[in-house]
Design a protein around this ligand. Structure first.
Ligand SMILES: Cc1ncc(COP(=O)(O)O)c(C=O)c1O
Length: 363
């Protein structure tokens, strides 16, 4: 048995057919930028997430950068970023000329709740990341940010479809950013992203920024760029969205089986809250001191795993900074993502469980 960490070639035949049909429709319609597929995608996401404004763009990294630009963050400003995240979260801060100030995470990679200790007179934004699909406590974070006069940009790239107290990831803050990178729970067949906002002025600003500063064609009011979503990706996403909830159920069932199989193993930390609604079960990250050995043991059995992520941002060349990043660093050293995707077959899941148990002497 060869079990890849994720094989997107395994899309169900029925879905492939629907995608091919939609591709043919777009080809016949001859509209490859903007158009009704993009409008439909905006509307569907707005309705599913109960977001006032859902603005598709080229990718999740652009969504974050557009959010910062719309809030007029730039040179001289500081932005609080968790030490453990995908590199985009800090990259965009540097791209707009501001400075990322890294703060440690909790043991599962979410911005530690005492982040206000990083606030200075220059701090303008705090950027929580719903890492692995698990939402940061947004009630507390947004209250604190408001009392400190800070903007909040949610990096919800990994958390599409997670809801906390009935409110979707990405809709708690000034701007929430989504990624539809192919490996995400709602993944395109290429690159795509989105900004969510509940503020009409910010939405207008973001729409202009991603379309060369134009409110209407040939009227350029500010320096923007091209970060429009491809029509074909919006069309594919409209189809893929139809299966989202069914796929979520599959993910949750896999996570439940992992939790059940691995409970009580000494020294093995399991993700908490993964079956709750404020977690979209994007990744199943276990933590163990013998992580590298376990990874090699599973690879030997042709089970693919991944590390999200092997290095914390403040240790990376472009972002070097010192501080107490103990939890984030430990996660980078001990975290291992097991396969968790709707294409995993029952016998594969059973084999992964059996193999992990074998590694821990529970065979
Ligand atoms: C936490 C996080 N932020 C930002 C991004 C950037 O999204 P994209 O790859 O669509 O640019 C990703 C996804 O890769 C991510 O996981």
């Amino acid at each position: 048995m060869n079990i890849p960490f994720l094989d997107l070639g395994r899309l169900e035949e029925n879905l492939k057919e629907r995608l091919k049909n939609r591709f043919s429709e777009v080809l016949e319609a001859g509209v490859f930028s903007g158009g009704k597929e993009v409008v439909q995608f905006e509307r569907s996401v707005s309705s599913f997430l109960n977001s006032s404004f859902s603005i598709p763009c080229a990718n999740g990294t652009d969504a974050l950068e557009l959010a910062l630009r719309a809030l007029k963050i730039g040179p001289g400003d500081e932005v609080i970023v968790p030490a453990m995240t995908w590199v985009s979260t800090a990259e965009v801060v540097v791209l707009v000329g501001a400075k990322p100030i890294f703060w440690d995470t909790d043991e599962e990679g979410l911005l530690r709740s005492d982040w206000e200790k990083a606030v200075t007179a220059k701090t303008k934004v705090v950027m929580p990341v719903h890492l692995y699909g698990k939402m940061v406590d947004m009630e507390n974070l947004t209250k604190k940010a408001e009392s400190l006069g800070l903007f909040v940009i949610e990096d919800a790239a990994q958390a599409f479809g997670a809801f906390q107290d009935g409110k979707a990831a990405g809709t708690w803050s000034d701007v929430g950013c989504l990624s539809f990178y192919p490996t995400k729970n709602l993944g395109a067949l290429g690159e795509a992203g989105m900004c969510l906002t509940q503020n009409s002025q910010l939405s207008t600003q973001i729409r202009m920024l991603l379309n060369h500063g134009q409110p209407v064609r040939d009227q350029h009011e500010l320096v923007g760029r091209n970060s429009r979503i491809d029509t074909i990706q919006a069309a594919f996403l409209n189809v893929i969205l139809e299966d989202f909830e069914t796929n979520q159920q599959k993910r949750k069932a896999i996570a439940a089986q992992y939790l059940d199989s691995f409970s009580g193993i000494e020294g093995l930390r399991l993700p908490t809250g993964i079956l709750d609604s404020d977690h979209n079960a994007h990744l199943f990250v276990i933590q163990n001191e013998r992580r590298d050995e376990l990874k090699a043991f599973l690879a030997e059995k042709s089970i693919g795993t991944a590390i999200h992520y092997p290095m914390i941002l403040p240790d990376m060349l472009p972002f070097r900074s010192v501080g107490d990043f103990e939890n984030a660093r430990k996660l980078a050293e001990t975290g291992l993502s097991l396969p968790l995707n709707p294409y995993l077959k029952t016998e594969e899941l059973d084999f992964i469980c059996k193999s992990v148990l074998e590694f821990f002497g529970r065979g």
